[in-house]
Design a protein. Structure first.
Length: 481
């Protein structure tokens, strides 16, 4: 694998990928570095086209790097390394996936340590995790490598070679990634930091002092992926109820509520911003059911209860997790605590949920879905294999750099298609977009908001061709109230 052509500037940034930790700084969950050409507009310099590969990192719950990702400027994947750790925090497996002219390239490296915690064995495997070679280091009493034993398993005949090689064993990723990390740093200036002191923008200058490129670093911290964040809610919301009506225009500016119609919901949140109650409604605002969620001390979903509008329990699901922390299955029970089925999940190496299958008590499949993701772990598609639920269809989605969905296509029966696009404000709220239900012309819509003192909208009016068509209202309860 030749990595020496990979990054012109990304190596610069990794040496500057140092995070300034304050005592109350949350854990970084992901960070993305993107290099843009500096373009002058009037008297200011702004970002132009992406001029280098994109570097994207994900971290686990302990703040350890779990995925390193290198993408081309068009966001297509180039190289990726996934890390797995043991209970002591040592790397025990690295999974490399890259692209070459011949196609996809995949290696897996397993690491073993001796009683002193020193790296003692490296097992090289192919993408099917068949062993193709093992390197073992023999240490002397002073802790220095005395020799190495090479076991080549690429042929049918065993080939074991013992060499007087005294160099230390190193994880393979350190060799493959070093070309990303050793580029010389040109003159840079930090122009922007976030509230935790971590840099978010840097400008590189030519010798004449003019900006040549602008580097942006987008950081997602622990807690930013809460349901509060997903719903673009400001402050600590304890509950929110949404009502929807047909808009009735009255004069030039006034808009009144008409008949109930649209999207209704009622959410309750815990102090960490997780939904603990989700009440579903019909398009006319009639309550259908409520789902309650219970979380464990580790923050993972442990149980969900389904209840009627009157509060009667109809079923519940208890979830189980694998050694890597991913939810692997859920046991489904009826109101009498009799198991009626099971839901099974399968994940890829990065922890993205790739498959969801519901089995009935007799073993038949009632639901079976496949999910697809981009290089940032954002879900871009669903394939429906089997479904006994009404109005569950395949879909395709696109996302922007801020992890906001920009378009969605719902694949309906008979090759019909619903299309939607979305534009956002800085808060992450949809402010405009387009809608094109199957067989109908595309319509552009715009939202106008009325907000409460926290900045959350309490009234949202949807306009099509400057005509109000939908009147939505929200009522909030905050934790400090």
């Amino acid at each position: 694998m030749n990595f020496h052509r990979i990054c012109l500037l990304i190596g610069i940034l990794l040496s500057g990928f140092i995070t300034t930790y304050a005592q109350d700084t949350p854990i970084i969950r992901s960070a993305r570095i993107t290099v843009y050409k500096a373009v002058q507009k009037d008297t200011i310099w702004t970002t132009g086209n992406i001029v280098d590969n994109i570097y994207f990192v994900k971290y686990d719950n302990e703040g350890r790097m779990s995925v390193e990702n290198l993408l081309a400027p068009d966001r297509s994947p180039l190289h990726k390394i996934i890390y797995r750790y043991d209970a002591d925090g040592k790397v025990v497996k690295e999974i490399y996936v890259g692209t070459k002219r011949e196609g996809l390239l995949c290696y897996v490296w397993g690491y073993g340590y001796d009683a002193e915690g020193r790296l003692s064995t490296i097992t090289t495997m192919n993408g099917r995790q068949d062993t193709i070679g093992i390197v073992t280091a023999i240490y002397d009493t002073d802790g220095k490598v005395q020799k190495k034993i090479f076991d080549d398993r690429r042929t049918s005949e065993a080939c074991v070679v013992e060499l007087d090689d005294t160099t230390k064993l190193k994880r393979e990723s350190l060799n493959y990634m070093k070309s990303w990390r050793k580029a010389k740093r040109p003159m840079q200036k930090i122009v922007e930091k976030d509230e935790y002191g971590n840099w978010t923008q840097r400008t590189g200058f030519a010798l004449d002092g003019h900006p040549t490129y602008i580097t942006k670093r987008s950081i997602i911290y622990e807690g930013m992926e809460s349901d509060w964040e997903r719903l673009a809610l400001q402050d600590k919301v304890k509950s929110v109820r949404q009502y929807s009506y047909i808009a009735v225009p009255m004069g030039v500016e006034a808009v009144l509520r008409g008949k109930k119609q649209g999207h209704f919901f009622a959410y309750e949140f815990d102090a960490q911003g997780r939904i603990i109650s989700d009440e579903a409604f019909t398009e006319k605002g009639v309550s259908v059911k409520t789902v309650k969620y219970e979380y464990g001390e580790n923050g993972k979903l442990q149980k969900e209860e389904h209840r009627t509008p009157a509060g009667a329990l109809t079923k519940y699901i208890e979830y189980q997790y694998g050694d890597e922390g991913y939810c692997k299955s859920g046991a489904i029970y009826n109101e009498k605590s009799e198991q009626t089925g099971k839901v099974v999940y399968r994940h890829d190496w990065e922890g993205n949920r790739m498959q969801e299958t519901v089995y009935e008590k007799d073993g038949t499949k009632s639901e079976d879905y496949r999910y697809f993701y981009d290089s940032y772990g954002q879900r871009i598609g669903r394939k429906v294999i089997t479904s006994s639920t009404e109005n569950v269809y395949p879909y395709r989605r696109t996302w922007n750099f801020r992890q906001r969905m920009t378009s969605e296509e719902i694949l309906l029966p008979e090759d019909k298609l619903d299309r939607y696009t979305y534009q956002y404000n800085k808060k992450g709220e949809v402010i405009s977009g387009t809608e094109q239900p199957a067989g109908q012309p595309e319509e552009k819509f715009v939202y106008k908001f009325h907000r409460d003192e926290k900045g959350n909208w309490k009234i949202r009016i949807k306009y099509v061709d400057d005509i109000p068509v939908l009147y939505e209202e929200r009522k909030y309860v905050y934790y400090e109230e």
